[in-house]
Design a protein around this ligand. Structure first.
Ligand SMILES: N[C@@H](CCC(=O)N[C@@H](CS)C(=O)NCC(=O)O)C(=O)O
Length: 200
């Protein structure tokens, strides 16, 4: 059986999985889930992910893996997208934890408020933008002397961070003050399988 991805095409967390599968040329099927209409709360969906969130990777008819970065790790192991060196593997995890704790929780949430809810005066936005810019600053300083987040080649850490960073504009964030980030975005965008996420 091919992998089946339960995802939403306009979600960065789901777009990560599409890019990894396409980079690795792994065949898969995509099942679009409308999270805005409560599809992640159905009994069928909750049986796959009790946390009620996309993406979920169906590995076979009864085996389901949620959490985008866990899925990236599962797909990337023993491929060029995950290094073999012990410390570099830990560095990949470091950037994926950073993505989920310090980046996604600001950039993706600000994007959700602006693009999906269309609440441009939402009082949460100033703090989310401040945290988003802090994350971009950390990324920019790291990338000043590097081509990729870890080692000399594209890894799942780059795919994880590319997903919402290339849509920073949707979140109301200006990338102009982060030249190392914009150069890195262009480099990652040119890699096999990497694509721009569609707009909602
Ligand atoms: N930590 C999770 C976050 C997943 C997540 O927040 N998914 C959102 C879409 S980006 C979702 O399913 N929202 C719908 C809901 O909560 O019902 C991951 O990385 O997979």
């Amino acid at each position: 059986m091919n992998y089946v991805v339960y995802g939403m095409a306009t979600s960065g967390n789901c777009h990560k999985i599409k890019m990894a599968l396409e980079n690795l040329r792994v065949p898969y099927q995509w099942r679009e889930i409308n999270t805005l209409e409560g599809e992640t709360r159905s009994a069928t969906f909750l049986a796959m992910n009790p946390n009620g969130k996309v993406p979920v990777l169906a590995i076979d008819d009864t085996t389901f893996l949620p959490e985008s970065n866990a899925i990236l790790w599962f797909l990337g192991e023993e491929t060029p997208l995950v290094p073999r060196d012990r410390l570099e593997r830990a560095q990949v995890l470091r950037w994926m934890f950073f993505e989920q704790y310090s980046h996604e929780t600001a950039v993706a949430v600000a994007r959700y408020i602006r693009v999906f809810l269309k609440e441009h005066d939402n009082p949460r936005l100033p703090d989310l933008e401040k945290r988003g810019y802090a994350a971009l600053g950390v990324m920019d300083r790291h990338l000043e002397a590097r081509h990729y987040f870890v080692g000399e080649t594209l890894s799942i850490a780059d795919l994880a961070l590319f997903a919402y960073t290339h849509k920073a504009d949707d979140a109301g964030l200006d990338l102009a003050p982060y030249p190392a980030v914009t150069t890195w975005l262009d480099r990652v965008a040119a890699a096999p399988g990497v694509s721009t996420m569609p707009s909602p």
